[in-house]
Design a protein around this ligand. Structure first.
Ligand code: R5P
Length: 301
């Protein structure tokens, strides 16, 4: 496996290091700096000539900086004669901009896909894409792996026996069903309306929840508004104030038993007791091994 090299952007160095360790391979050396005016300046310190390059970079906040850094690394690899460039983007920023909600709006996720291709990226690997159709914005292969089995494994034995899986909006029903099948329970769906980028409202709770505990699942937690409104709606509808969350960032609420998130986005050190970070390192490392041996990865979806 001498023919490959891994590089980490600055978004999530801890995850990249863990993946490299699991593959028993040091990370490639590189520099990522900022010019005084904020422009990104990157440099590869190892040769990539005729190598398979894996660039590990979540396009998490600050999204634009991390995205441009990824593009710059990919451009550097292409101009340095890399044989193949795979972008491992555990958190895919702009995924929520996957359609037009009104006139004169962009579809930014599609624009990002075009730019990633334009700089010479040959394959994208990501996790639990916000909407499956985003794959269709690319002409290159996209592998959207899933953290659902990893999170279910972490949740198993730590949930009350009467738990019901809650989808916080209609977009997450398929994912909620996957959790429910694995955890052998049923699904409740909330009807969410987004008023703005920071404000949401739950207008209806669909499904039977009685006096049960809830596991709310989501692909991401940004402001935490969706989860906060979901918890309020569930409690108003009679749920037990014993809520577990499976997704990827931060929120605090007195009814919360635990928040399970993956490390797709780097989490700052915190004394928040309820937060449990579950690593997706083994999943990504396994995918890289399969790519290197031209093996199938279908069992990782
Ligand atoms: C929306 O469709 C997503 O799946 C998430 O529910 C949402 O983006 C979370 O954002 P926030 O935490 O700001 O409500």
């Amino acid at each position: 496996m001498e023919h490959f090299i891994l590089f980490a952007g600055t978004a999530n160095p801890g995850l990249a290091k863990a993946i490299a360790q699991q593959l028993n391979r040091p990370l490639g050396e590189c520099v990522s700096e900022r010019f005084p005016d904020g422009e990104v300046a990157v440099r590869l310190l190892n040769s990539v000539r005729q190598k398979s390059v894996f660039l590990i970079q979540s396009t998490s906040p600050p999204v634009n900086d991390h995205l441009v850094e990824l593009l710059a690394f990919a451009d550097a690899c292409r101009r340095s004669a890399a044989a193949r460039i795979t972008a491992i983007i555990p958190y895919f920023g702009y995924a929520r901009s996957d359609k037009r909600h009104g006139r004169r709006e962009p579809i930014t996720a599609s624009m990002v896909a075009e730019v990633l291709e334009a700089v010479g990226i040959d394959r994208v690997v990501t996790l639990d894409l916000h909407a499956p159709q985003i794959e269709g914005f690319f002409r290159i292969p996209v592998d959207s792996l899933t953290a659902v089995p990893t999170l279910c494994e972490a949740l198993r034995g730590r949930l009350p026996p009467d738990v019901v899986v809650v989808s916080p909006d209609t977009g997450r029903v398929q994912m909620a069903t996957q959790y429910a099948q694995r955890l052998d329970t049923s699904v409740v769906v909330l009807h969410k309306q987004r008023k703005s980028g920071t404000e949401t409202e739950v207008t209806r709770v669909v499904g039977d929840m009685g006096d049960r505990s809830c596991l709310i699942i989501d692909d991401m937690i940004s402001t935490g508004g969706t989860l906060a409104r979901s918890i309020e709606a569930l409690l108003n509808a009679g749920a037990r104030p014993d809520v577990t969350i499976a997704a990827c960032a931060k929120l605090s609420h007195e009814s919360i038993r635990a928040v399970f998130v993956t490390d797709t986005v780097a989490t700052q050190a915190t004394d928040w007791q309820q937060l449990q970070v579950v690593s997706i390192t083994p999943l990504i490392a396994k995918a890289i091994q399969r790519f290197l041996s031209d093996g199938s990865i279908s069992d990782l979806f």
